[in-house]
Write a protein that binds this ligand. Sequence first.
Ligand code: HEM
Length: 498
Amino acid sequence: MTTPSTPHPLPGTPDGPPPGCPAHGAGPAGPLGAGGLRRLYGPEAERDAPALFEKLRAEHGPVAPALLHDDVPVWVVLGHSENLHMLRTHSVYTRNSRRWRLIQDGTIAPDHPLTPLFAWQPICSFAEGAERERLRGAVNNAMRKIDQRGVRRAINRHSNRLVNEFGRDGRADLVSQFTDHLPMLVMLDVLGLPEEYNEEMVDAARDMLQGTETANASNAAIMGILERHVARRRAKPDDDFASSLIEDEARLTDDEVAQHLRLVLIAAYEATSNLTANVLRMVLTDPRFRAQLNGGQMTVPEAVEQTLWDQPPFSAMLGYFAVQDAELGGQRIRKGDALLLNIAAANVDPVVRPDLEAGMQGNRAHLAFGGGVYECPGDDLGRAIADTGVDALLMRLPDVELAVPETELHWTNSLISSHLKELPVVFSPRRPVALSGVPGKAAAGSDWEITSPVPGTAAAGTATPRATPPAAGPAGPAPTVPAQRGGWRRLLEWVRGD
Ligand code: HEM
């Protein structure tokens, strides 16, 4: 821990320099911008964001001033207790971006590359007071209505179907062929959208979250699909998340429903695909994990929890906004300032984790799901997708190994997440398994325990599995997992509004 720097106002505050002011050290492309502050974008941030945040921690302490794209100033909250304080002090820190002074005074252009992350929308995250309770209440109610056992079966089915597609090859890239698709397939099921949208949604979601020049167009493409879906479900409800939102007593408008579907889809997709990829990467590369897993000491859910500490799927959230002057981590926060919830930095704060090598089993105090009134409502579903997906894959490919040295693994880094680019693996070729039955709408259940398909059995058990897979050979008995309704049939039904 270091001593915080002398508190100083952010550029663009009443007593700070104007954002981007050349007289305050702004360089066109270097790591430092207005006021000599560090940029959270550009080559340095993309190369090694954790190192950048440790520099900020060393220079400023638990709350540091820095610059977003276009040198827009922001407070980066690095400390665990400071982040927790911000999350829990709803009366001072809100997610309502209309409170951001730089939006109010027009400093931030509407086409700012991060606009999809903070542009005000009629969703629970941006609302305050009774309106927030109305909208978040509808999301919570719809979450409760999800058929949890049915979803778990769908996760197993989609996992096995994805493995079927590459199992015979004896090699695969588990990111582009597994983790990029599994959460989207599951979420399309949950939302009631046909899975033919998978590729399009995966591309648009990824593009939007990277803050690229086409991010706004990708956002519009996703909204178009969701708006059409809402119109169909308004006319003819079904047993899905979209219909639950439409039918909720909160009486959401069509636009509100579409916006909440987008929120759920994007939050769930990006976070869960990152989590699943990072758990797989750890299982494949970390000798401690591999040894522990093979020795039966660590369950897949425990591996997931450790990953939520070490590589939180959302490394940061933009943003929180001060509704009044406040003091945080030794810094003077002015009304209208923006703050970045820095989950990754909070999870490695030396105050709560003096030894980063120490295992965190049984400790769920990480901030991977945020906290306070904004805490993620999909934490159990996100955990279930990662747990069940990784477990199903290890069951099918028990001898799976990394095909390249670990040093050849690379991540695409954005402000809010790091996405593993590729995870090339090799394994003994496996024949496809039969997929039978109808997924998703099976008998309702109430628990989120993981149920792995056991080779040779038709149904899943309810015990939390050990990750150690049985040594089934390539010609071993084919597990039976529920199958999907014909893809074209589903699409046709959907197009026709059946
Ligand atoms: C491993 C998976 C996941 C992680 C790590 C994760 C993480 C997060 C985080 C950090 C937030 C922001 C909290 C804040 O602002 O303080 C959030 C919000 C949210 N998440 Fe998740 N999430 C995951 C999965 C899901 C799933 C599966 C769903 C839905 C099915 C979901 C739905 C939401 C929603 C609706 C919000 C907005 C809540 C609000 O503003 O009131 N998330 N999530």
